[in-house]
Design a protein around this ligand. Structure first.
Ligand code: SF4
Length: 281
């Protein structure tokens, strides 16, 4: 089978940085507590676990309780998509040493919101309720409405801030809808990595017969990538697989050419393995 590899794909700078930070800390001391999943990929987490990482409260149910259960003096790593600042205070009170992998794109969004609110501007947030980044933003700025859930006070200019991992179509749709009741609507789009991976879909060649997106359903930007592909190419068969087993179970044998991409939390090694497998079909 012929394979068109889409570029860019896979790990973004923020995920790379978070993993590098975790590895450096593990080399230094051997044990590291990590709040949340750090990277939305099972294999990458498993590798870190083997090196000594202890993931707290993977289901993100009760971070406070997880922080309160830390042993005195523990090192705690916060992930790339931000966190509730009160958790950091709580961890410090427990005597924990903080490492923070918050991605610069996530930080920039928070700074823009802070500034806009200081200037008295109206802000609306577009995000997935329950996602770490959305939770972090809404806990730091509890008064801003979440698009689709809260009422957005009508009239005047508005700053629409998108979670960094949203689909471009979702953002366009929200901006279009809000511009009926607000003017002008300034939009802070998803991060560059999310945008570039979604834009790369436009490079899919005409003779491609199917698309394979590597990544897990737990990864927001992977699902946004797949959804974007579905809306751009409604007639193209699109497959999603995270691990080797899932890949082997896909009915891909009948295609002559396939396009291959992966979400921002998918490591390069299994990507190359998948590419080799596809070429062998
Ligand atoms: S997806 Fe974007 S915001 Fe999230 S870690 Fe990667 S670069 Fe940063």
């Amino acid at each position: 089978m012929e394979v068109q590899v889409l570029q860019p794909h896979g790990f973004c700078g923020g995920v790379r940085r978070a993993i590098a930070l975790a590895r450096a800390a593990l080399r230094e001391e051997g044990t590291l507590f990590v709040l949340g999943p750090l990277v939305h990929n099972r294999e990458a987490r498993e590798a870190l676990r083997k090196e000594g990482a202890l993931f707290l409260d993977l289901e993100e149910k009760d971070f406070q309780e997880a922080v309160l259960s830390l042993p005195e003096g523990a090192r705690l790593l916060f992930g790339a998509h931000g966190h509730d600042p009160s958790l950091e205070d709580l961890a410090r009170k427990r005597g924990a040493r903080i490492l923070d992998a918050t991605c610069p794109f996530v930080r920039k969004n928070a700074e823009r919101i802070r500034l806009a609110l200081k200037e008295g501007r109206k802000v609306c947030y577009l995000g997935e309720e329950g996602h770490a980044e959305c939770r972090a933003v809404l806990s730091e700025f509890p008064r801003i409405p979440l698009y689709g859930r809260d009422m957005v006070p009508e009239g005047g200019p508005l700053l629409l801030v998108s979670q960094t991992t949203m689909g471009l179509g979702e953002v366009e749709e929200a901006a279009r809808s809000l511009s009926r009741s607000h003017s002008p609507v300034e939009v802070l789009h998803p991060c560059k990595a999310t945008e570039e991976r979604q834009r790369a879909l436009l490079k899919i060649q005409e003779d491609v017969e199917a698309l394979l997106v590597l990544g897990g359903a737990e990864s927001r930007n992977t699902m946004a990538l797949k959804k974007r592909a579905e809306s751009l190419f409604p007639a193209l068969p699109i497959f999603l697989a995270e691990g080797k087993e899932a890949l082997l179970s896909l009915p891909l044998g009948g295609y002559r050419k396939i396009a291959l991409t992966s979400g921002a939390s998918y490591p390069e090694e299994p990507f190359l393995e998948a590419e080799r497998y596809l070429r062998s079909l």
